[in-house]
Design a protein around this ligand. Structure first.
Ligand code: NAD
Length: 399
């Protein structure tokens, strides 16, 4: 097998002085911290390096690994402003070169703050013109969920690699169209599953895969937040659904990512609607159970009422482990039933996901957060909604 991506990154970067700040910081912290020895660091990294079938459309010689890829942010809302643009400044392999916005008043601030030239500023209607722009390698779609397909497909048609926020889209068909568009253009498609880069999530995955506490029995957890009635998040056409599509997806991802398995069946039920003026189009809360191979059962919940859950607990034959908080931008931390803490030095998850995507492009390696990975979650969420609507379990096949 090829090098696990992280080892490849280390090798490539060790030729570059810029290795100093990001991965090396993590490594140095690891040396200071007995919880993250070099051996463990490599092991965590290797856990992250899930093997994937090679994507033939990405074939050909690898590019110069020292080149920084130009990123265009599409949609300059809270996530782009508060997290992604700052994170891009902390990457080793990416640079913010372009913006796409429907709000002209945002342009001067972004231009000045990130030194973006006029020729690299687009509206949603002019994205096709990116085809002529060599400053843009990757288009990162950060608009409301129901617009991800439209913007991703425009970017792929312009010949750009596409990174798209979660959830990938609001229907299976849209996700399939996105995958087809990227494939047709011979470009990569990735989804913003930042927790797959968070060291404490990787540690939980290791505890599960190495059966440190024996066979997995159950995973329970949730993620919830409050919301205002004016957000696009309560409009079905833009959001696709309520808290499940927005934050419940993290709990779903955890069950799949930590166990390394795909669910066979889901059962779900919606909670009561106590704020009908807000929740006329999307659910206010939902809880769901999944059955996985090997007898693993999971139970998750999410709501838009209050921030009262942000955690998961894995129960195995000989003990438990989990994170609380699990999904914060500044990382997760948790405990194990043997008394050890799960508190590895965290990384900037957004910088890590973008650097990894850039390296996958440069090295012509498939991404672990591929469009197919995003599609699997959307298929499962559709089954959760079907079960909640019908009151019957829904079997899942061909994930
Ligand atoms: P936001 O409302 O703050 O920003 C959305 C942006 O899209 C705004 O700039 C808005 O002007 C633009 N937009 C374009 N067309 C629009 C339309 N028709 N209606 C409304 N807005 C429109 O939202 P956000 O919190 O930045 O979320 C954007 C995406 O990022 C969502 O898909 C969300 O799920 C995802 N997200 C991911 C994380 C994460 O941790 N990975 C965190 C927050 C949001």
């Amino acid at each position: 097998m090829d090098d696990p991506p992280i080892l490849f990154v280390i090798r490539s970067l060790s030729r570059s002085k810029r290795f100093a700040s990001y991965y090396a910081t993590q490594h140095a912290e690891g040396m200071k911290n007995p919880q993250l020895s070099r051996r463990k660091f490599i092991r965590h990294s290797a856990v992250a390096a899930v093997s994937f079938p090679f994507v033939s459309s990405l074939g050909g010689a690898a590019e110069d690994p020292a080149r920084k890829l130009g990123f265009a942010l599409v949609g300059l809302g809270n996530l782009s402003t508060g997290q992604l643009a700052p994170a891009l400044q902390r990457t080793q392999h990416c640079r913010l070169t372009a913006i796409v916005t429907g709000t002209p008043s945002k342009i001067p601030v972004w231009k000045e703050r990130y030194n973006i030239s006029d020729k690299n500023i687009y509206s949603y209607d002019t994205m096709e013109q990116m085809a002529d722009n060599p400053d843009i390698d990757v288009v990162y779609v950060v608009t409301p969920n129901g617009l991800h397909g439209e913007h991703s497909i425009k970017a792929a048609k312009a010949g750009k690699h596409v990174f798209c926020e979660k959830p990938m889209e609001i229907s299976v068909e849209k996700c399939e169209q996105m995958i087809a568009a990227a494939k047709k253009a011979g470009r990569m498609l990735g989804v913003g599953y930042r927790c797959q880069y968070e060291p404490n999530h990787l540690e939980c995955r290791r505890l599960a895969s190495e059966k440190v506490f024996g066979e997995l029995k159950s995973i329970e957890g949730g993620f919830s937040r409050s919301i205002t009635a004016t957000e696009w998040r309560v409009k079905k056409a833009l959001a696709g659904g309520g808290p499940l599509m927005d934050v419940g997806i993290y709990a779903l991802q955890t069950c799949r990512f930590v166990s390394g398995r795909e669910p066979l069946e889901v059962s779900a039920k919606f909670g009561p609607i106590t704020e009908p003026e807000k929740f006329g189009e999307v659910e206010q809360s939902v809880e769901w159970e999944m059955i996985f191979p090997g007898g693993l059962k999971t139970k998750c919940h999410t709501n838009y009422e209050r921030s009262d859950s942000n955690d998961f607990t894995v129960t195995a034959e000989k003990g438990t482990f989990g994170l609380n908080p699990a999904y914060n931008y500044n990382g997760g931390r948790g405990t194990r039933s043997d008394g050890e803490k799960i508190n590895l030095p965290t990384v900037n998850q957004f910088a890590a996901e973008m650097d990894d995507f850039a390296q996958c492009i440069m090295m012509k390696k498939p991404s672990k957060v591929s469009g197919e990975e995003g599609l699997r979650d959307v298929k499962i969420m559709m089954a959760i909604y079907e079960s909640a609507r019908t009151g019957k379990p829904v079997k899942l096949a061909n994930l």
